[in-house]
Design a protein around this ligand. Sequence first.
Ligand code: ATP
Ligand code: MG
Length: 140
Amino acid sequence: MATNRTFTMIKPDAFAEGNSGAILKMIEEAGFKIVAMKATQLTGEMAGKFYAVHAERPFYADLCAYMSSGPIIAAILEKDNAVEDFRKLIGATNPADAAEGTIRKIFAKSIEANAVHGSDSDENATIEGNFYFSEIERVG
Ligand code: ATP
Ligand code: MG
């Protein structure tokens, strides 16, 4: 069953470059509604927990250091077919492979510093949204 929510982070590279506004504009123009949003900064430990699925990968330590290196924006987004449509909007993990017009093609610096996160399944969208936001912090 497809749900209508996904979860995103504007990653430290995009936040530091001042691209948050432009990225949020693309997200809204693509039809996503912001259900919850905050600027925050992960500790290395929290980044490790968020990306625990990648714990055995060679890039895991670098990824945790990078994701905790500066502020991010975390948000829950709503749209029909949210997970799949958002992955299309952000483009491939490696910006070199990302389609023209996608957020990563426009804003990502590298395969690691790739501007945005997007949930890869409805189940993970729920887990990730709950990681950052309590009930009271969400619209509806
Ligand atoms: P995300 O989960 O952040 O939306 P993704 O689903 O496109 O990205 P994953 O395979 O889940 O890609 O990898 C998580 C993150 O780990 C990537 O977004 C990137 O920042 C980093 N990463 C992935 N592969 C590599 C790699 N080969 N080298 C360095 N960093 C990587
Ligand atoms: Mg992923």
